[in-house]
Write a protein that binds this ligand. Structure first.
Ligand SMILES: NC(=O)c1ccc[n+]([C@@H]2O[C@H](COP(=O)([O-])OP(=O)(O)OC[C@H]3O[C@@H](n4cnc5c(N)ncnc54)[C@H](O)[C@@H]3O)[C@@H](O)[C@H]2O)c1
Length: 294
């Protein structure tokens, strides 16, 4: 297998939610041409509008160099479903964490993207090998698991599927470095490395709350002040999105077949009630319009 990396100059990001918007920002900041598309085109447009406002504020405060907003926003094109995929050297899928949905997307990406294009998924837990099976180019399929918030967090967890080629791996590692990120490489196992560690922690915090061992504030303060975590587990679950946390917990439970991973009923109930955390304004905590805990 070739070890040579492919130079990536253009990226299509599929799904303009909190992760897709952040990935588009980081890629554009790194000088790549970016197509940001979403099932709902308005979502992609809104993501860029918010990004523009944020960068303008940071520019006015001297936190980023003058001209950054025009530069970054000027490199992002928005569009509807799969718009811009056909021209991209790399596609990064950041749609919701559902095997059915991502499988359908990978079938479409395989048909639409250039034959040489790498197809990456930002999945938190689904099997890259399984998604690769939906394509005719499994050697070009890989996991690029960015962390939230993408512009702030240094890590990209690169996930190697069973058939991912060395050159695909090297290309993605080189790109992550060019974007100012540090990579770790995980084999394709449920939850990979980061969520294998994180999700049981968040789920256990939900059990502790459900059992009344302590208040939500004390559970979070315990992790912040006692363990040095920047956010408590319930705050972090709200930031990630409780639907995403539940999906990953369900995958760990199902794929390892071990009851220690069973999702807490309280987490399930919050998701069923549509209280998904910051993105809906309420999860374990309530948030105002600016995302501040009230
Ligand atoms: N939230 C996190 O902290 C986090 C961290 C790392 C990885 N991830 C992973 O990133 C992915 C996206 O998570 P998110 O938090 O950004 O979700 P999100 O709900 O904020 O955004 C998902 C976006 O995908 C769009 N979408 C839905 N179906 C689509 C389709 N068929 N084609 C194109 N777009 C479609 C939705 O309109 C939405 O804008 C998931 O796989 C998740 O597991 C999330």
């Amino acid at each position: 297998m070739s070890n040579q990396s492919i130079a990536i100059q253009s990226v299509a990001v599929v799904g303009a939610g909190q992760m897709g918007a952040g990935i588009a920002q980081v890629a554009a900041r790194g000088g790549l041409q970016v197509a940001l598309c979403d099932q709902a085109e308005s979502q992609a447009v809104q993501a860029v509008t918010k990004l523009k406002a944020r960068l303008e504020r940071q520019e006015a405060e001297g936190k980023v160099p003058p001209g950054t907003t025009v530069d970054v926003v000027g490199r992002i094109r928005t569009g509807g479903p799969l718009s811009g995929v056909a021209d991209a050297d790399l596609v990064i899928e950041a749609a919701p964490e559902s095997l059915e949905l991502k499988s359908a997307l990978f079938r479409s990406l395989s048909a639409l993207a250039k034959p040489s294009a790498i197809l990456a998924s930002n999945t938190s837990s689904l099997s890259i090998t399984r998604l690769a099976r939906e394509t005719t180019r499994p050697e070009l399929v890989i996991g690029m698991h960015f962390m939230n918030p993408v512009p702030v967090m240094k890590l990209v967890e690169v996930v190697r599927g069973t058939l991912t080629s060395d050159s695909t791996l090297q290309s993605v590692l080189a790109l992550a470095e060019a974007l100012g990120k540090q990579s770790i490489v995980s084999q394709d196992r449920p939850g990979f490395l980061v969520n294998r560690i994180l999700i049981p922690l968040l789920n256990e915090a939900c059990f502790a709350l459900e059992e009344g061992v302590g208040s939500k504030e004390d559970i979070d303060a315990g992790a912040r002040l006692g363990l040095g975590h920047p956010l408590g587990p319930l705050e972090l679950a709200d930031l990630i999105g409780l639907d995403t946390v539940l999906s990953i917990a369900e995958i760990l439970h199902r794929d390892f077949g071990d009851s220690k991973y069973r999702p807490c009923a309280l987490l399930r109930n919050l998701v069923q009630a549509g209280l998904l955390g910051r993105k809906t304004g309420r999860g374990f905590y309530v948030y105002d319009q600016n995302g501040k805990k009230s």
